[in-house]
Design a binder for this molecule. Sequence first.
Ligand code: KIV
Length: 262
Amino acid sequence: MTVPEFQRHKLTGKKLVVVTAYDALFTRIVEQAGIEAILVGDSLGVVVQGKKDTLTVTMDEMVYHTRLVAGAADQALVIADMPFMSYQVSVEEAVRNAGRLIQAGAAAVKLEGGAPVMDRVHTMTRVGIPVMGHLGMTPQSVNQYGGYKVQGKNGARADALLADAKALESAGAFSLVLEAVPAGLAKSITQTISIPTIGIGAGPHCDGQVLVLYDLLGLFDDFVPKFVKPYAHLKADALQALRRYKEEVECQKFPTDLESYH
Ligand code: KIV
């Protein structure tokens, strides 16, 4: 999928399906499932690296994981997250870091925030780097929010988010993630702007949906937000398999003649 094809979904009304991936194995599985857009999310800081938030993820780590995903993706649009402090300091640094992710194989980058990042989005778009915005509960601002809390619940904050969404569209963003915002607000943003909105904890009215892969597969259960629906229970399956393996080795049921060379 290309960026223009991704954008065309807004006109056809066909929902956009996005999922995160961080390595080649899962990228191939995601593609086999027919999913056409992959986000190399900085959520990898939590689900892969085991940290409490995404703030410690570095550019080098994002470049590495983007290379793994983009190297394995045949068809899907690969969007790479810009990690904390890779775009906040200056426009110049932001563009250089976005360029590194594109050179690692991503077709587009995603960054968080409203007004403070407009000039970054504008410049990146002008030099040919497609940018996805991210508004609402933006995890890189978790310390400012005092936790992972729903955003845009009161009128003034909702108006500010709508204004940010319009500004991101004008700055050239090709799409926008809306995270943990009331469904009604996500609906009015979706109806107001002409670029696709991708929801996560934003109700059913967005143009598409994104989930963290390990959440939807039931692999990561340290913290499961209300908006996650586990479509499998792979952690439970893995535990069962590993316990059986341990038991069978210990009681000499594995390996048998079947698994032996002669
Ligand atoms: O890092 C990530 O995985 C994300 C999605 C949850 C939107 O930003």
